[in-house]
Design a protein around this ligand. Structure first.
Ligand code: CP
Length: 337
């Protein structure tokens, strides 16, 4: 695909070269994301950050990324504070907001809503998560994290062995991650979930067609042995018709240090798209994993900024102009020790 001037709605749009191009721009943007340098390359541009569903990471990191490139951000943070609550259609909302913005990020609880919105938009739209369907920017930052973490042990994404744990039925981050992994060679995938929360059949078919080796189990201990990455997810309570039904699955697949030590290879990396459910009846990733150097969840969340900066740079066509506008910073980040 060409990034410039295009919507980003699904991982299906990308091939491996596109992903490598994005990662290469992200690598160049690292000093700007870590605030060693400043750029104003998007000065004057406005991001419409339209979140019709709760978010901490995706909304704030998309906004921070745009600010770090020198642009400004306008936001909606819930349906109730927008005129969708008065019955306005997504198409009219898109017509109007695309008159106020140069690019839009949108999250919405309905599957395919972001695609519908994009069809009426006059500017590029990035999918920030549509129902249980997809979360493409999450998959891109997840893969960037996997690549970085594996490289420390001289491993590559080709030949990856990964366990996906939790709610694989409703988890949109998992759906996009499966699609992106299916673009790589010799990937071995252990799907660990309760039977009722198994990965949808269409995704299994897509991965089978791409020769991903799939093993499905409900047994956490068995599924996390002999993998490079464990990717844990939350039970997506908000997607259940009857929210109380989610209680049946909460806490069934919790990882702690003793389970990790007893079953995992020494360098197995632990990831989670977050938010993790830390309530005592769920406790997906126990706090005793904090000392484990292979717990990559906050490195993973940090990578959201640089990946989203790269997405904006490529879609708005400024990836070659960043250095031209580069300046040193006059201040330091961090606490006094
Ligand atoms: N990973 C993720 O999408 O987190 P938020 O819901 O906080 O944006």
């Amino acid at each position: 695909m060409s990034f410039r001037g295009n919507h980003i709605l699904s991982i299906d749009q990308f091939n491996r070269n596109d992903i490598e191009q994005l990662f290469s721009v992200a690598d160049k943007l690292e000093p700007f994301a870590s605030k060693e340098k400043i750029t104003r390359v998007l000065e004057g541009a406005i991001l419409g950050n339209m979140f019709f569903e709760p978010s901490t990471r995706t909304r704030i990191s998309f906004g921070a990324s745009f600010n770090l490139l020198g642009g400004s951000v306008r936001e909606i943070t819930e349906v109730g504070s927008s005129s969708l609550a008065k019955g306005e259609s997504l198409a009219d909302t898109a017509q109007v907001l695309s008159g106020y913005s140069d690019i839009i990020v949108m999250r919405h609880p309905e599957n395919d809503s972001v695609k519908k919105f994009s069809e009426a938009s006059r500017v590029p739209v990035i999918n920030g998560g549509d129902g249980s369907n997809e979360h493409p920017s999450q998959a891109l930052l997840d893969l960037y994290t996997i690549r970085k973490e594996l490289s420390q042990n001289d491993k590559t994404i080709d030949n990856l062995r990964i366990a996906l744990v939790g709610d694989l039925k409703y988890g949109r981050a998992v759906h996009s991650l499966c699609k992106i992994l299916s673009k790589y060679k010799d990937v071995k995938l252990n799907l660990i979930s309760p039977d009722e929360l198994k990965l949808p059949e269409d995704l299994i078919r897509q991965m089978n067609d791409s020769r991903v080796s799939i093993n499905q189990t409900e047994n956490l201990e068995k599924g996390i042995s002999e993998v490079d990455i464990i990717y844990v997810t939350r039970v997506q309570e908000e997607r259940f018709k009857n929210k109380k039904d989610a209680n049946k699955y909460r806490g069934l697949l919790s990882l702690n240090q003793s389970i990790y030590t007893a079953n995992c290879e020494p360098n197995t990396v632990i990831m989670h798209p977050l938010p993790r459910d830390s309530r005592s009846d769920a406790n997906e990733l126990d706090s005793d994993l904090y000392e484990n150097p292979n717990l990559a969840i906050f490195r993973q969340a940090d990578n959201g900024v640089v990946i989203r900066m790269a997405m904006f740079a490529l879609v708005l066509g400024v990836e070659e102009k960043i250095e031209e506008t580069s300046k040193p910073v006059n201040w330091k980040v961090g606490l006094n020790s």
